[in-house]
Write a protein that binds this ligand. Sequence first.
Ligand code: PEP
Ligand code: MG
Length: 585
Amino acid sequence: METIKGIAVSPGIAIGTAVRLAESDGHIAFRTVDPDEVPAEIRRVDEAFAASARELKDLRTRTAARAGEAAAAIFDFHMGLLADRTLVQPIHDDIARERVAAEYAVSENFRKLADRLRATGSEMFVQKAADVVDLENRVLARLTGGAIGKISRASGPVVVIGHELTPSQAADLHRAHAVAFATDAGGLTGHTSILARALGMPAVVGCMHVSTDVEDGDQVIVDGDAGVVIVRPAPAVVERYRAAAAQGEQRRRALRNVAKEPSVTLDGVTIELLGNIEFPEEIEAVFTNGGSGTGLYRTEFLHLTSPTTPTEEDHFDAYRRALELSRGAPLVIRTLDLGADKFTQDHLADPERNPFLGLRSIRYCLRHPQLFKTQLRAILRASALGPIKVMFPLVSSVMELRQTHMIINDLREELEDDGIPFDPALATGIMVETPAAALMTRVFANEVSFVSIGTNDLIQYTLAVDRGNEQVASLYSAANPAVLTLVKNVVRAARHAGIGASLCGEVAGNPLFTPLLIGFGLRSLSMSPVQIPVVKRVVRAIDIERCETLARKVGSFDSDRQVLSYLRDELRRIDPEALVSAGAD
Ligand code: PEP
Ligand code: MG
């Protein structure tokens, strides 16, 4: 049994047999065939090429009708390539001489071509390399019968495992009755995630190695609530998940009703419930779950899902789209939080020994000013179109903030000179994710208009516990009194200074903590959209006085165990149903 952690993008639990998507991701295994199978293998290649050509012709005609001739022309390169003897001949030769299987010969030769194109260094050829990979996937899908074929032949529920998935693949898989999917890539596009939610397919993305760790036919559990994929689970685990799936479905039905209600306590105080998103398209999910805007837009996903460095226009398009989808609701954009776990160290010439304490987040951006300026200029331009706020991750010194403000001021002048509109009053804020920022909130408050507490990181830096290290996972606790003291003090300092305070770590979406955070004085919480309904349920069942009493009591405890057990008892009294949705902490 193996548990793989990823990003939960579509809720629900599904259990099924794995079908791996044929992908051009380096996973076509080397396989040879018997000499008498060679002619049949060559025929398979020709048939796959011919079928792909027919498919492309059809796609071209339909695209021309829908989106015009210019859009349809992108398929001409694919069709031309398929017809080119210099591509198919070496594939035939490899099968005949080396007796390799058709899939392997196809994959090898397409890869060589893509590498040659990339090696030219020319922007145009690098883009063509992506077309080659795309075409390779199409031919491979034909050769293997594709996932669709395998799914239709499967007797029970099927979970699709792949490197990445396009929205149209997700739709096709759903039509073929796949029950869930899990992918290596971190989200590919928001559209695929949105589609998965719309189709009600549990999904976990950003699993890094799931496509190599899972074999066709493995039993797999996709937990779209926790963002976890369990491969070859023990029978007892399957039983537990079956029960959880049934209960979860029942709960989700009941919670859907509360999404439409206002987020107001029994004594009439509004608690702002916002969503954390990685892609603009997720904003729809914030609203359908009953959120009133976006409290954390993790823009680094723009970087992580794009093969090339996003341009200012790429940033601007994403922010404009986010504003359109927000329809006037708040939108807090966090600048690039690259580094540490969000940036593979592998390809760095000199990997950091301690990446979580290294060049990440705002430090990374300040070290790469062009990258930072590109993003900040796009944010400023977008600020002319709607209500945006911008915040900076992992600030630990006021000098970082001042440097950033200086860059923004320079960009403002630049835009003014160029006659490009922006909001001169664009609000800036910091994420409080380091003990340094938490202890000095009072000082930071002189220079920003809001703070947002990022408990995910604040816990790890306060307790010196790597948030991704299983060995010390039991020490990683939001209920640790040191963490809670910092949170309480940040809220108090922000209130004294008269600036806004929100909390956007995972704990914001845990109903166990809702009364406590409100008792600390927080009136704004930002969380994974699917958590909004359950938190709203708790908000509607409590009053401020009760929360403040509870917070005072928690302040007298000296261990996380005591805190948790008290919070559980309280939530059991407030709303036993919500307790079921509460995590460990
Ligand atoms: C946090 O650290 O609490 C946070 C919200 O940021 P991220 O999870 O993206 O590090
Ligand atoms: Mg963080």
